[in-house]
Design a protein around this ligand. Structure first.
Ligand SMILES: Nc1ncnc2c1ncn2[C@@H]1O[C@H](COP(=O)(O)OP(=O)(O)O)[C@@H](O)[C@H]1O
Ligand SMILES: [Mg+2]
Length: 367
């Protein structure tokens, strides 16, 4: 009830021209528990249908979701995790920090290679705080450049200021990198300037998260506006182990060589590991097996690496040859024959190994 009245009061104040106080009240409300806010929204007739839309296309410029912790699988190295926890603590105790004159704006910038979990981390932050996640895909915002963009941005920011939420600017470099770009200077620069103005006008309490793949493209002016900056690294061995185990889940056979997977997946992102696991699970399900075949997981890992290293493997024979070359121990002639349903003689032929090498078959039993 108190929240409802406060909301009404804010509306009244605003109608009376007292924007400053109205905003202060809304800022407060924005940090009220989420349950209050949805009541408030319902009372005021706000629903997801009232989301800001593009003036011309009527498409939503923002995506609203409410991530739940149980749906967000995230594994972080401990140093990164504690940086993020610091940010969360700062958000949760914003008032106390303001009172002590020690508050930082609730703004977090995530940067790192594609597939390192930035979008996932934004979802995790929203889930941790129990807040709605308002995602703005900056690249789509730019690609729909219509002179409407600045107004679209304004609407999104206004929307975010008025409710408890995490405003998430994803693929942020699409906007933020534009200032130094020589093409498209006119419209794009206006967008960037509008973006900066919007960020500057944002109350410190509003939670803003941005993610970018190209931190080196970011304008220093943009960079400075974020009080918390977290680099998303490639997964270290511990994280990789957790990722393999999590993404294979119950489908991991007990004799799976997890150590081997960890060692051979160095330099891969979480997204790539997830993809390999999903592919392996899919083929297990289609083969009506309750667990993945360890050799099959290594096979997919090897083929993924071939792709990354731009090794052409366009035929099954080429695949076998590559795998054999990649790891003779894992891919014994017999294992390859089993995986591809061919004879060991065929494998010997295509890998151009004479019978001298035949004894290597016994290096590692399949399974
Ligand atoms: N550290 C990680 N922990 C858990 N999942 C991860 C991690 N890194 C990547 N992933 C997985 O990879 C996929 C892509 O990650 P995403 O957050 O979209 O990366 P980015 O936004 O950095 O490009 C997600 O579905 C996520 O499940
Ligand atoms: Mg992303």
């Amino acid at each position: 009830m108190a929240a409802n009245y406060a909301g009404l009061l804010a509306d009244k104040l605003e109608e009376g021209g007292n924007r400053q106080q109205a905003r202060q009240i809304r800022e407060r409300l924005a940090r009220a528990p989420a349950a209050l806010a949805s009541v408030q929204d319902a009372e005021r007739g706000i629903s997801l249908n009232n989301l800001p839309v593009d003036g011309e296309s009527r498409l939503h410029t923002v995506d609203v979701s409410r991530p739940e912790l149980r749906d967000v699988a995230l594994v972080l190295p401990s140093a990164i995790e504690s940086r993020v926890q610091e940010f969360l603590a700062s958000v949760r105790h914003h008032d106390a920090l303001v009172a002590a004159n020690a508050a930082l704006p609730n703004r977090l910038l995530l940067h790192g290679l594609p597939g390192t979990g930035k979008t996932q981390l934004a979802r995790w932050v929203a889930a941790q705080l129990g807040l709605q996640l308002l995602t703005v895909r900056c690249d789509t915002l730019v690609s729909s450049l219509l002179g409407q963009t600045s107004r679209n941005l304004r609407r999104v920011f206004e929307y975010a200021e008025q409710r408890p939420c995490v405003l998430f600017l994803d693929e942020f470099d699409a906007l933020a990198g534009a200032r130094g770009n020589e093409r498209d200077v006119g419209e794009l620069q206006r967008v960037v300037i509008a973006l900066l103005q919007n960020i500057d006008a944002l109350p410190d309490g509003t939670i803003l998260v941005a993610a970018t793949n190209h931190d080196q493209l970011l304008d220093p002016a943009v960079w400075r506006r974020f009080s918390f900056r977290v680099p998303m690294p490639l997964p270290d061995p511990d994280v990789r182990q957790a990722l393999w185990q999590r993404f294979l889940g119950d489908y991991a056979p007990s004799n799976l060589d997890v150590r081997g997977l960890v060692a051979r997946s160095e330099g891969l992102t979480g997204a790539v590991i997830e993809q390999i696991c999903l592919d392996a699970k899919r083929s297990a399900v289609l083969a009506r097996q309750s667990q993945v075949d360890g050799d099959e997981v290594f096979r997919r890992l090897g083929l993924t690496l071939a792709l990354i290293e731009r090794v052409p493997v366009s035929t099954r024979d080429a695949e076998m040859a590559w795998l054999r070359h990649w790891d003779r121990k894992i891919f014994s002639l017999r294992t390859l024959a089993k995986l591809y349903g061919v004879s060991t003689r065929h494998v010997t032929n295509i890998t151009q190994e004479g019978s001298v090498d035949g004894h290597e078959e016994d290096d590692r039993k399949s399974g």
